[in-house]
Ligand binder design. Structure first.
Ligand code: UDP
Length: 265
């Protein structure tokens, strides 16, 4: 027996650590690791709108893998280790900081609404916003004052998060621009990674068309979850387009994770 090889644990016997709206976290093969499983569920408006879009999880797993790997390659610390299969990736276990960090380049969504700015207006500079991750409260926007006063993150951690957010945004803007896509905004989450007694803040969760606004440069077509939020249809086609443009899915690859189905005559 090869003791260096982690043993395969059938999915049914794995310990489920956490189930979110679009992902499940399972215990990993080694201490300090987890398995992140991408589901096909699409939710919006704090889960008031819900649908299952077959194949979305497979696409998000691949796109998020690609983006996190590119970030690892340029030295941006992330939780990502490697993809395991169509729907799962091996990640480092981190202590999630309970903040959603939104980075915006162009006015859209809640910012456009809140400040009465027309969607599509280029912002004078990139803007970082913090939201408190709490479903019961519908993720309210919070300031640095709230974050430090309630102890969600320290001032040093906020500095680290903002530095990461700017690096991720600059890198992703360039990467997407290269494939004819404008990165309008995105959301990222951060976690504390403990290495012996040292702690560093790393990028966690996912970065995918579920958590970004991606507009085609020429047509302004939406290639992201707004297709679901706004009932535009064609979500799978849009996500597949993003994957293809990034060069991570061959033309004839099926996004569905189930494979061919035997039809009994
Ligand atoms: N976002 C997200 N999860 C959330 C809220 C927002 O991934 O729970 C992303 C969203 O896809 C967009 C960015 O964060 O790319 C900014 O979203 P916004 O605040 O405009 O909220 P929305 O209009 O999506 O409700």
């Amino acid at each position: 027996m090869d003791f260096n090889k982690p043993r395969y644990t059938p999915m049914s016997r794995r310990r489920r650590i956490y189930e979110g709206k679009a992902k499940v976290l399972y215990e990993g093969p080694e201490p300090g690791t987890l398995i992140q499983h991408f589901k096909d569920d699409a939710t919006a408006f704090n889960a008031k709108k819900h649908e299952v879009i077959e194949g979305k999880g497979v696409l998000n797993n691949r796109i998020s893998e690609y983006l996190f790997q590119r970030l690892n390659d340029i030295g941006v610390p992330t939780h990502f280790i490697r993809r395991l299969n169509m729907r799962e990736q091996l990640i480092r276990e981190v202590e999630i900081i309970p903040l959603s960090v939104a980075v915006r380049n162009v006015a859209a969504g809640s910012l456009a609404k809140r400040l009465g700015i027309e969607e599509g207006t280029q912002l004078p500079r990139s803007i970082i916003e913090f939201y408190y991750k709490n479903d019961q409260l519908s993720h309210p926007m919070v300031s640095e004052e709230h974050i430090t006063a309630f102890g969600w993150a320290t001032p040093q951690e906020i500095d680290d998060i903002m530095a990461l957010a700017i690096r991720v945004n600059d890198f992703l803007c360039g990467l997407f621009l290269g494939v004819g896509i404008r990165l309008v905004d995105f959301k990222m989450e951060c976690g504390r990674l403990w290495e012996n007694d040292l702690m560093r803040v790393v990028v966690a969760d996912e970065i995918s068309p579920d958590s970004c606004r991606l507009w085609d440069i020429k047509s302004n077509d939406k290639l992201d979850k707004d297709r679901f939020r706004r009932d535009l249809g064609g979500l799978l086609e849009a996500y597949t387009d993003v994957a293809k443009r990034l060069g991570i899915m061959s033309e004839n690859e099926r996004p569905q994770g189930t494979g061919p189905v035997l039809v009994k005559g």
